[in-house]
Design a protein around this ligand. Structure first.
Ligand SMILES: C[S@@+](CC[C@H](N)C(=O)[O-])C[C@H]1O[C@@H](n2cnc3c(N)ncnc32)[C@H](O)[C@@H]1O
Length: 273
């Protein structure tokens, strides 16, 4: 039995996905017939229900990846492949306080809000009001907006937050805002950036080496999917070859780091002990 108000993911035999909040009085209309949500509630997660035309749909509890795929977008949103690594690399977990800009459609905001739990806080900044509103709506839809402070402003004015444990910038010219980062985060905080082109990455590295940032890392993440057919196992014909580069660095506090003597960016994996 699934309780009223819980999120439910329905998957058709052809793999089409429907994300809904459970209202037992409602019906979902698909290309393959109607599904009664009262039957979905009765069936429970991990079962299937039939449309009125007899087509079986899987009933599943959505994961974070499913929620992100369901984000209504007016901007480029981040891909789950990047988000997974970002959460790990920023060290986001229950109770974390994290700063993010720009909010865009709220793809990354959703992942951060999910991961900080009820005791954490996400401070997200977006200069365009229509995107800030859309992101809030996307998070409302999945019940995560209470963990987030949405600010509609240009981060050139600063973040108005202090002591955050981590920060992420997904906007075109992050080097323009590096001066605003130290007052917002605690000393040693991990800061991350996503950029689509290598010349932007170079510009950012120059900016990081001029400021109180240390231990830079640059990487990209490629995911190669396979057709899940046991007798003809092979990669899919197409893959997303490029989304963006991820850059991480620590924001150091106080004096001691010199612009003239920046640490070299890491190019090889660290050897194991
Ligand atoms: C690529 S989108 C972010 C997408 C977001 N990470 C997501 O997953 O949905 C970049 C956003 O940064 C915003 N932006 C750019 N410069 C900004 C600034 N100086 N202050 C605040 N927001 C900014 C843009 O308006 C845009 O919505």
């Amino acid at each position: 039995m699934i309780d009223y108000g819980q999120l439910v993911l329905l998957i058709s035999p052809k793999g089409k996905r429907y994300l809904h909040r459970l209202d037992p009085a409602a019906e979902v209309h698909t290309h393959e017939g109607r599904i009664l949500m009262s039957e979905v509630a009765e069936a429970g997660y991990g079962r299937s229900v039939a449309t009125h035309l007899g087509r079986p749909y899987l009933v599943l509890r959505p994961t974070l990846s499913d929620l992100i795929k369901g984000v209504k977008r007016q901007t480029q949103i981040m891909y789950p492949k990047e988000i997974g690594y970002i959460l790990l690399r920023l060290g986001i977990g229950p109770g974390s306080r994290v700063v993010e800009a720009g909010t865009g459609s709220g793809g990354l905001t959703m992942a951060l809000a999910w991961s900080v739990g009820q005791s954490g806080r996400v401070y997200t900044f977006e200069r365009r009001e229509e995107f800030s509103r859309l992101a809030k709506k996307n998070l409302d839809r999945v019940g995560l907006s209470e963990r987030v402070e949405f600010s509609c402003r240009d981060i050139i004015e600063g973040f108005g937050v202090s002591g955050a444990e981590a920060l992420f910038l997904d906007l075109r010219t992050p080097w323009d805002y590096l001066g605003q980062v130290p007052p917002a985060v605690m000393a040693g905080a991990v800061c991350g950036f996503l950029l689509p082109t290598t010349n932007q990455v170079s510009e950012l590295l120059r900016g990081l080496s001029a400021g109180p940032f240390a231990d830079p890392e640059v990487l990209e993440i490629l995911v190669r999917r396979y057709k899940p057919v046991p007798d003809r196992l092979r990669p899919e014909d197409r893959m997303v070859a490029h989304t963006g580069y991820l850059i991480f660095a620590r924001c150091m506090g106080g004096p001691g780091l010199h612009a003239q003597d920046p640490p070299e960016p890491r190019s090889d994996p660290e050897p194991a002990d």
